[in-house]
Design a protein around this ligand. Structure first.
Ligand SMILES: O=P(O)(O)OC[C@H]1O[C@](O)(COP(=O)(O)O)[C@@H](O)[C@@H]1O
Ligand SMILES: [Mg+2]
Ligand SMILES: [Mg+2]
Length: 347
């Protein structure tokens, strides 16, 4: 079999990326370790009720609460532990940060230290775990500033443009890893029999236009006027100013919604609303919005807060929240236009 026709494993893909000078060996190791951890999470998710992993973490009647003030599921905690354990000893990381931990944790002094910072949302879409709907893991990799002995939260506060790699794993009918190291966005499918990820789409491309939007419509009455008017025009369909009918999809797992958009286009939004305005939004910048925005941009799409390119937001804290609009380029630009025009009219 010629090399060009044989299946390309994640390992082979990464070795080739290394040979082409796209990544360093320690970044290859980091990505392989994260992928291995995701395989373990996939096995735990796949066992469902048989694995005793469904339901809330904590004691009966008293669910444990994370730094976000949200109840933790058993699988949130387990996935976090799997990622922490897998990454602690490899020598590729200086520190890690997670949705489920108040602060970043340094790699202990007695382990070899590396030069990367890893951020993750260990299990995204937690509300879907107990009803057997796709969930996922999202991760982002940054370089640790040089000459730092004790990396902590502040060293993670780099804009999304500084990410050296980003990806997610979706645990759905099949388990898929979608990855960028800054040279396109590529999808790998887990071959469960072999136990490895195999490249299934090289260079994902998001169509520039779309007729599909994703938003939690139950928040409509809480949105800003710009969002009200943008979605109002989508709903008006052929007879409205957009002159076409739009369809709506909302899985309520960002990973699954973004995966659909990377596959067939669309716009995903979690806008500012009156319920989350004091927090700055619902979704988290550092381990949800930024990695997804890098993946989407690398696939030819766009990502914005509604007013600013997502990857240029200057983070101020680890668990910062932001409004999110991402997906098909022309549609994201349209949503941004509604916001900027309202702002200009109000000024
Ligand atoms: O419950 P809502 O308002 O539909 O929000 C769903 C959104 O919240 C999230 O579940 C938040 O992620 P976590 O489960 O990691 O907290 C996103 O995946 C999803 O897009
Ligand atoms: Mg999440
Ligand atoms: Mg989560």
């Amino acid at each position: 079999m010629s090399p060009s026709t044989s299946a390309v494993s994640l390992t082979r893909f990464l070795i080739e990326a290394e040979r082409e000078g796209q990544i360093q060996p320690d970044l290859r190791l980091l990505i392989e370790v994260v992928a291995r951890a995701c395989k373990s999470i996939s096995i735990a998710v796949g066992k469902g009720a048989l694995g005793g992993v469904l339901g809330d973490a904590g004691t009966p009647g008293e669910a444990s609460i994370n730094v976000q003030g949200e109840a933790q599921k058993k699988l949130d905690v387990l996935s976090n532990e799997i990622l922490l354990e897998a990454n602690a000893w490899g020598g590729h990381l200086a520190a890690l940060a997670s949705e489920e931990m108040d602060h970043a944790v340094m790699i202990p002094q007695d382990y070899p230290r590396g030069r990367y910072l890893l951020l993750f949302d260990p299990l995204d879409g937690s509300s879907n775990i107990d009803v057997n709907i796709s969930v996922g893991t999202i991760f982002s990799v940054l370089a640790c500033p040089q000459d730092i002995d004790s990396p902590c939260d502040e060293h993670f506060l780099q804009p999304g443009t500084a990410q050296v790699a980003a990806g997610y794993c979706t645990y759905g009918p099949s388990t898929m890893l979608v990855l960028t190291v800054g040279h396109g966005t590529h999808a790998f499918t887990l071959d469960r029999e072999v136990g490895g990820f195999v490249l299934t789409t090289r260079g994902m491309r998001i169509p520039e236009d779309t007729k599909e939007f994703a938003v939690n419509m139950s928040n409509q009455r809480h949105w800003e006027p710009a969002m009200q008017s943008y979605v109002g025009d989508l709903l008006a369909g052929k007879e409205g100013p957009r002159g076409k009918d739009f369809n709506m999809r909302w899985v309520a797992s960002m990973v699954a919604d973004v995966h659909r958009i990377l596959t067939r286009g669309g716009i995903f939004s979690y806008p500012l609303d009156a319920k989350c305005a004091d927090k700055g939004g619902k979704l988290r910048l550092m381990y949800e919005a930024n990695p997804m925005s890098m993946l989407v941009e690398q696939a030819g799409g766009a990502a914005s807060t509604g007013r600013q390119r997502m990857l240029e937001v200057r983070p101020t804290h680890l668990h910062q929240r932001v409004p999110v609009f991402l997906g098909s380029r022309n549609e994201v630009e349209m949503a941004v236009r509604y916001h900027l025009e309202r702002d200009a009219a109000a000024a």
